[in-house]
Design a protein around this ligand. Structure first.
Ligand SMILES: *Cc1c(COP(=O)(O)O)cnc(C)c1O
Length: 398
């Protein structure tokens, strides 16, 4: 689709600005326009039959997309050197579900990282298990030791790095090397880093999955998911997705394209702000641990330093002592942090987290309750002052 040589020469910022904006799709409009469609009309029966024969590109039927969706998919593909293509989904969870269903069949076993996003775990339990697909959870710090867990029926390894809530950084290259040797497929939930901070396909992953709802859309106003794959997996993914009727609205795809153009600038500021807040928290007496991949206390920090081009705006911290009520006092009074699910928008968020009930292969042990922060684009000094007052409310109840 895209000119590979050109892609290799351009930096990520340039690719973010230029990718997917084909003249035939934009007609010269800077941000690809919204093409709404179900029916596409053909001039003749012969034209209609020709379109049916090549339904993977060109206008055919609304469910197969229009230039609005194609522009976003092509841009996401260009962000992943070595990728064969991208499929879009109405949410990150739908993207994860379709990627898994494209790979697994009854009788297969899936190795799933223990620190995975909770709805991914629920999908394994409630959809895969009744289909006869077994899931074995593994320690996020397994690295090359994953080889010991691979059995006769193991078909795929699912990774998420850093892990949801607890931020363990996985040795993705080591796991992918083992998988390749054994003919096993690798799938990565790359939502935290995006291909900008971790170009997954180039690092050896077969499926790079994004909840575009987070940093790609970037403004907390649309749900969207994507799967970008190594070339040999595109046909299987496309087929599975079409059979399941997956498509995204052109309005949401357009919001994704619009957000994507500023991803580099936003991620840089999210990353800087979050690191400033994380470092400040690490020095506070009320805080036992900060789980931020760029800080030494985070499991896999050295691997993050080796493999990632930076950090985004999401991390957690563990309080020293205190209970649920003391943690609620900290969070409830915050002025600049909203209380809510999801993340990746321009605004800061604080969420109480309780990982102990969500782990089965590892044991979460903490010195007190924990909080996950998304650091938005506000000035870090304001966020720090807000958290300082919050820690005082917490300390008064401990
Ligand atoms: C939010 C999230 C998802 C799911 O995305 P939705 O668009 O909300 O369905 C998947 N993985 C991770 C790591 C997430 O944070």
């Amino acid at each position: 689709m895209s000119d590979k040589g050109k892609t290799a020469q351009r930096g990520t910022g340039t690719r973010l600005v230029e990718a997917g904006r084909r003249r035939e799709w934009t007609q010269g409009i800077v941000n690809p326009a919204i093409w709404r469609a179900s029916t596409i009309l053909f001039d003749t029966v012969a034209d209609l039959r020709a379109a049916v024969k090549r339904p993977n590109d060109g206008l055919y039927y609304g469910r197969r997309g229009t230039p609005t969706q194609w522009a976003l998919a092509e841009a996401l593909t260009e962000l992943e050197p070595g990728a064969g293509g991208t499929m879009l989904y109405p949410s990150g969870v739908a993207a994860i579900a379709m990627a898994l269903l494209a790979v697994l069949k009854p009788g297969d076993e899936l190795l799933m990282v223990d620190s995975t996003y909770e709805p991914t775990r629920a999908f394994c339990r409630s959809v895969l298990a009744p289909m006869g697909i077994a899931t074995r959870f593994y320690d996020p710090m397994a690295g090359a030791g994953i080889a010991d867990l691979i059995g006769e029926t193991t078909r795929a390894i699912f990774l998420e790095s850093p892990g949801s809530l607890t931020f363990e950084v996985q040795d993705i290259p080591a796991i992918c090397a083992v998988a390749r040797e054994r003919g096993i497929v690798t799938l990565l939930d790359n939502t935290w880093a995006t291909p900008l901070l971790f170009p997954a396909i180039a690092k050896g992953v077969d499926f790079s999955i994004l909840a575009c709802t987070k940093y790609i859309v970037g403004h907390s106003d649309a749900m969207l998911g994507s799967v970008t794959v190594a070339p040999q997996w595109l046909e299987a993914l496309r087929r599975t997705s079409f059979l399941h009727g997956q498509c995204v609205s052109p309005d949401d795809a357009w919001l994704g394209s619009r957000g994507l153009r500023t991803l580099k600038a936003r991620l840089r500021q999210h990353g800087e702000g979050a690191l400033a807040v994380a470092r400040w928290l690490a020095d506070r007496p009320e805080v036992a641990r900060v789980l931020h991949p760029a800080l030494p206390g985070c499991p896999g920090h050295d691997v993050w330093q080796r493999d990632f081009a930076g950090a985004s705006g999401l991390f957690s911290f563990v309080l020293k002592g205190g209970d649920d009520a003391a943690r609620a006092a900290l969070i409830d009074g915050l002025e600049h942090f909203g209380i809510g699910f999801s993340w990746g928008g321009f605004e800061s968020l604080a969420l109480p987290i309780d990982p102990e009930g969500l782990r089965t292969a590892t044991h979460w042990q903490a010195e007190g309750p924990a909080v996950r922060l998304h650091v938005g684009l506000e000035d870090p000094e304001d966020l720090i002052a807000d958290l300082a007052a919050g820690l005082e409310r917490f300390a008064a109840l401990v």
